[in-house]
Write a protein that binds this ligand. Structure first.
Ligand SMILES: *Cc1c(COP(=O)(O)O)cnc(C)c1O
Length: 390
């Protein structure tokens, strides 16, 4: 399907709302019926009609059609957060006694679900280094029902060979779930590589303006309908119509934003690589990246997020660097219009900082929509501030 058609037209029945260009926000909790038989049918199959907005809603449905098409999927559900999409996807595919194989260091709240919540229900997880496909096959047990993937990871960008893992999983009747937040469907479509369920935090590139939290889960009609009828309706964490409308608006400019950010990121990377205080720059589509070949094979782009390692023996130097930036904001998340910095050392107690571990000296930079020179000047300023620090 043509991407311009998906973003500008798909799902938009303008004759139904006065030919308005922008779709209406159907801010309603419930829908009225004139025939008892129609109401009965709605009770029997809530996935077929508008009954109550915890289920389906017309504004959300416009968004769902576009997001499913972007993922190359038959269907999708949109949640009130990426974390809710993860929770529903996993919960729908395990029962007590089951086992999950997950890539190591998944998104923090996926990890929390695996480590804290699921063990209470006798579901256990084995973490593997996903850069080697064979590690997945070694970790599979007779009770494994899910292989959980995140490619690339959003700190050090380790990839998994998605097509190979999907084939392996199918041989064992295991469901594959992949967190695709880093690439967004513009740069990677795991469904087309055989992955069963794909999720992303729509808070990032889809929303694109740092004003909405949301998550998308895509897959086959059968799997998505099953999740709708149980986890989605039961957890009650579907997206609200106004937030869905914001995401539709974000989608209009998604390819243009990513194009711009891709160019800016390249300039920022070249600046960082040439700076004497930078030990290493980590970016999946950089020729120096260990899995560069795989990245080129399964991703058509990689933008915005780049990690660099500063030469220093003190976390204080990293703190000074971050606090000296005038325009790049220190914050979590990414995918919005504004550039961000996140130092790894903020996630650890100062006394546990180990300068011999390059990971501890890493900073994640997100390049937003500013002029590239504006960003490199800001970085220069911060590097100058640590010039004489150890
Ligand atoms: C942000 C993020 C999530 C969670 O999404 P929320 O919208 O914040 O709930 C999941 N995975 C990755 C890789 C993320 O970056």
């Amino acid at each position: 399907m043509d991407i311009s058609y998906i973003l500008n037209e798909l799902g938009e029945e303008r004759d139904d709302y006065f030919r308005a260009i922008a779709p209406p926000i159907m801010q309603t909790s419930n829908f009225a019926f004139s025939k008892v038989d129609d109401l009965r049918k709605a009770f029997e199959d809530e996935y077929s009609t508008w009954l109550y907005s915890r289920g389906l809603n017309p504004t959300v449905d416009i968004l769902r059609k576009k997001l499913a098409a972007l993922d190359g999927a038959e269907d999708c559900l949109v949640f009130n957060s990426g974390a809710a999409a993860i929770f529903a996807a996993v919960l729908a595919n395990v029962k007590s006694g089951d086992h999950i194989v997950s890539v190591k260091n998944p998104y923090a709240w996926a990890q929390k679900m695996f480590d804290v919540i699921l063990p209470r229900f006798n579901v256990n997880v084995t973490y593997v280094d996903g850069t080697i496909t064979d590690n997945f096959s070694k970790a599979i047990q007779s009770n494994t029902t899910i292989i959980y993937l995140e490619s690339p990871n959003s700190w050090f960008y380790e990839l998994q060979d998605l097509a190979a893992v999907a084939i392996l999983a199918k041989q064992h009747n295991i469901i594959t779930i992949c967190d695709n937040s880093y690439c967004s469907p513009i740069f990677q479509q795991p469904i087309l590589m055989g992955v069963d369920l794909v999720l992303q935090s729509a808070t990032k590139y889809i929303g694109g303006h740092s004003d909405t939290i949301a998550g998308v889960l895509s897959g086959s009609n059968t799997m998505i309908k099953k999740i709708f009828e149980s986890e989605y309706m039961n957890i009650g964490s579907g997206i609200q119509p106004f937030n869905a409308w914001l995401l539709i608006r974000g989608l209009r400019t998604l390819p243009a934003r990513l194009e711009r950010i891709t160019r800016t990121t390249a300039e920022v990377i070249s600046f960082l690589k040439n700076h004497p205080r930078v030990e290493q720059v980590i970016f999946p589509l950089d020729p120096s990246f260990p899995q560069y070949e795989l990245a080129k094979q399964q991703m058509t782009g990689a933008c915005g997020l780049v990690t660099f390692i500063i030469k220093t023996n003190s976390s204080k130097t990293i703190e000074t660097f971050c606090e000296s930036l005038k325009h790049i904001l220190m914050a979590v998340s990414w995918g919005g219009y504004e550039s961000l910095i996140l130092p790894k050392c903020a996630g650890m107690r100062p006394e546990t900082f180990n300068a011999n571990d390059p990971g501890h000296r890493s900073l994640r930079l997100y390049a937003g929509l500013e002029e590239p020179a504006y960003l490199t000047a800001d970085l220069s300023l911060a590097f100058n501030a640590i010039q004489h620090l150890p």
